[in-house]
Structure formats: structure tokens, C-alpha cells
Design a binder for this molecule. Structure first.
Ligand SMILES: [Zn+2]
Length: 259
């Protein structure tokens, strides 16, 4: 009897240990890749970059952007931690309460998690991103999606592809640019393009946003979006990215994507 029990214990125990070892190794590998990709990012320090346009440090690997209007600030993406958001904005003489509208490129946490820091803001997301926060589409494959998922803890208004919203004279145009998530959008404000996690900037050149493991939900679609949508938006001079700083030479950045 005892030896039968021992056989059963070994039959279950050994495969379980092997499975846990493999899962732990995969988890560590993913974490290492993610850390490396973040280390390669080049966010900016909080500062005024031109008249009415400010970049804010959100965390050690990303930024959000602020545009000044006659009736308050407009944010593109958010910080994450309330104290960090407040202290970085204070360097510019601003308060989170001054933000009247937040345009989210997508709902990954370092972009959207800090939306609760802006109590007076109306919040916008692309219509196709709703699937990421209503339980329809997991951010990562099951079963990891049970513990890691996107959410938005405030009411929001959805935007159509090509729609323009006017916030106190600041005209913000939404362009759908799927790949990183199915519903990620970029925003066009005059000659400025706010890119979210669609692309990176390396030595002034546009590259696909880091193509590590599950960071982009479809690398193929992302590359197509950069070539067919992003690089073709007319009249862009400035690219304002969320993880890779900015450039004032969009033509140079997109050169290879337009050939
Ligand atoms: Zn993202």
C-alpha cells in the first residue's frame, strides 16, 4: 500500500516539479528580455520643449506629454504614480488638477494607469481599445491573462479613426495604428505626432516599437501600420514618443519606411 502511494506521489510530483521549473525559467527569460528592452529606452527629463508643449517623466522608462490651452492642460498618456506625477508637474508649475483632457494612446498601465491622478479630466481612448479593458481580449495569453490584464478605472469617451476633438482650440486628430495592441491610436496635433507604443526612435530613425516576446500583440501588423499609416500621415515635423524622446525631423525618421 505504502509503495503504491509512493508511486502515485512520484508520478504526480516529478511532472509537477518539471512543469514548475520550465514555467519559472520562461518567466525569468521574459523578465530579462523586458528589462533589457526597457534599458534601451531613452525617455526625456521633465521640461518645456517648445511653446505650449511639455514633456513629463512618468517613470524611469517613459514619458507623458502636456499641451497648454487657454482653458487648462491636455495630457497625452499619463504618469503612473500620484506623487511622481505631482512632483514632475510641479517642476513645470502645473498641478494634476489643471489637466482638462487626457488622450490615451492605449491602456497599458504605464500609459493609462495614472489616469486617476487627473480628477478634472475628460478621458479619451480609441474605440478599438475597449476590447482590452472589457474582458474581450487578454493583454497576454491565457492563463497569464487571469493575473495580468489592462483596465481603466474612470469613465471614458471613445474616438473613431480620423476623428478630431477640439479642446479649447487645440485640435487633436485620432489615427488608428494597430499592432502593439489592437486598439492603439496615435494623435496628430498640428505638425506634431504623438506615437504611444507604435514606434521607437533610434538615432532619429523610426523603428518598430520593441519586438520582444508579448510586448506587441502583433509585430507583423505593427510593422504594416508604421509603413502604411504612420509614415504616410501628411504635414508632420515633430515626433513626440512616449519611451524614446522626440525628433523635429519626421521626414528623416520615416525615410526608410517610405521607400
Ligand atoms: Zn504599451
Amino acid at each position: 500500500m505504502a509503495s503504491r502511494r509512493r508511486k502515485i506521489a512520484l508520478g504526480v510530483g516529478i511532472p509537477l516539479v518539471v512543469l514548475l521549473t520550465v514555467l519559472s525559467a520562461l518567466g525569468l527569460l521574459y523578465y530579462r528580455q523586458l528589462t533589457r528592452s526597457r534599458a534601451a529606452m531613452t525617455p526625456m527629463e521633465t521640461q518645456k520643449v517648445m511653446d505650449g508643449v511639455y514633456v513629463c517623466r512618468a517613470a524611469w522608462y517613459n514619458n507623458f506629454w502636456l499641451f497648454k490651452t487657454d482653458c487648462g492642460l491636455v495630457a497625452f498618456d499619463t504618469g503612473l504614480f500620484p506623487e511622481k506625477t505631482r512632483s514632475e508637474m510641479a517642476k513645470l508649475g502645473f498641478r494634476p488638477e489643471d489637466v482638462k483632457a487626457v488622450f490615451l494612446t492605449h491602456t497599458d498601465q504605464e500609459h493609462a494607469g495614472g489616469v486617476v491622478n487627473f480628477p478634472n479630466a475628460k478621458v479619451y481612448i480609441g474605440k478599438d481599445e475597449v476590447q482590452m479593458i472589457d474582458g474581450t481580449t487578454g493583454r497576454v495569453p491565457w492563463p497569464l491573462s487571469i493575473v495580468y490584464y489592462n483596465e481603466l478605472k474612470v469613465p471614458y469617451t471613445t474616438l473613431e479613426d480620423g476623428e478630431t476633438v477640439d479642446v479649447c482650440g487645440l485640435k487633436v486628430k485620432t489615427v488608428f495604428c494597430p499592432g502593439h495592441t489592437p486598439g492603439i491610436v496615435v494623435y496628430v496635433v498640428g505638425d506634431k505626432l504623438l506615437t504611444g507604443d507604435t514606434m521607437g526612435l533610434v538615432k532619429g530613425r523610426a523603428v518598430a516599437f520593441n519586438e520582444y516576446l508579448w510586448v506587441n500583440m502583433s509585430n507583423e501588423q505593427l510593422n504594416r501600420s508604421i509603413r502604411d499609416i504612420l509614415a504616410k500621415i501628411p504635414g508632420i515635423k515633430y515626433i513626440l514618443s512616449m519611451h524614446y524622446g522626440m525628433t523635429d525631423d519626421a521626414d528623416r525618421a520615416f525615410e526608410e519606411w517610405r521607400n
